[in-house]
Each structure stands twice: as C-alpha cells, then as structure tokens.
Ligand binder design. Sequence first.
Ligand code: PEP
Length: 242
Amino acid sequence: MRKNVIAGNWKMYKTQMEASEFLQGFMPQLEDTLPDRDIILCVPYTDLFAMSQNLHGSSIRLGAQNVHWEAFGAYTGEISAPMLTEMGVRYVIVGHSERRQYFGETDETVNMRLKASQNAGLTPILCVGETKQQRDMNETESIICDQLKGGLANIDQTNLIIAYEPIWAIGTGDTCAAKEANQVIGLIRSQLKNADVSIQYGGSVKPDNVDEIMAQPEIDGALVGGASLQPDSFARIVNYQK
Ligand code: PEP
C-alpha cells in the first residue's frame, strides 16, 4: 500500500543549536495521531548526531541529503551509507536538482547512490524534474522518463520513494498547479514496476497549498524546502487535511 510521506529538506541551513530550537517549536504542534503519514527531516550532516538523540522515541524519522556510493575509502569530504545508518538515519535524498546543477550529479551517479543506500538499509528519496526551458519545449515527459530509466536501472523498487520536483518551482514560490503535478506523478507511476512506491511532489509547498496538493489522487506526499525551516509552517504542512 502507498504511504503518505512528508519530508523536510533543510538544505544548508541550521546549526545544531538552531536545529534544537526548531524541534522545541515544532514537536508540540504535531497532532497526536497521524498514523497515515510518515514525517522525515533531512538535515545537514553536522546536525545528524544531535537530531538522532533528540528524536529518539518520537515518530519523526531522520534523513540525510546525499550519500556516497562507496561504503568507505579515500574520498575526502564524503559520507557513506553505513556511516549514516549507524547514526540512526533511515532516509536519504538522492539526485536533488541542486546536486545535479551545482555538483555534477548524473543519472549514473544517482544510480550508484541509490544502490549503496538500499544495500545499507536506507530508503532513498529519488528526485526527478524538468527545468523551465524543458517544460516550455514540452520535454517534461521525456526528461523524466530518461531520469527514471537511468537512475532506476537495476534498482529494487520496494524500498524507494520518488519526489517529482519541477526545477522551476523549487524555491521560487511558483508552485506547479496541483492537477499538473498529479498528472506528471501519474506518468512517473506508469513507468515503475512497483505500484506501491510513494511519489511526492516538491516545489514551493506551503501551508496554504499543501491541502490541495495532498488531495490529488496520485500524490503521496511532499518534499518541502523553505517551508520546512520554520516550526509553525512545517507543523501546518505535516498536519495537512485531506
Ligand atoms: C526542495 O528543496 O526540495 C524544495 C522543494 O524546496 P522549496 O520547497 O523551497 O521549493
């Protein structure tokens, strides 16, 4: 069965102290029982240890924002999947458009990171999405199919989340219309072998649009950047009403 999954992507924001302050504001606002949804915080590496201790015993799950494909080795500055799992991390974002745009991520490296994550017991959140130019040229479908084909080659689809993140909607306030996102996510689902994979929408999700997005039949959750940084706005998002 498909599960609803709301994940916050803190990007390169929040020191350990700021992360603790966030939790103090956020946790009391969580509704008591939200059994139909998983809530994940994908935080900077430097926050993981403290967050793992602070979240112990809570229903919030911990995620990282990237992972290397080797388990260990001479890769200065990198972090491996076993290093993450030992710290209580259960999820990892892979192939975010900012990694593809600024750090040379390709479908091939995405594929290696997905494999390494699953081998270590992490659930990867694979991000796919088109640029504005590609959308204007009606290339959305082919771009997304290519990203899925390359990224998911020989990947087990039972331990996987996908996020559809149109690049033109990330951090811009320019949300993709809920119906359009629903349509693209339907296309993504049609390309998968496993009908139970949860597929999120990401791109300027806010308290005032989350209910409409989550009401779409194909959309199983949200990957939230900017609005996950404030306790009040992220609490409203995870407490969405269908
Ligand atoms: C993201 O970083 O994945 C994202 C969707 O950002 P924002 O919500 O700020 O658009």
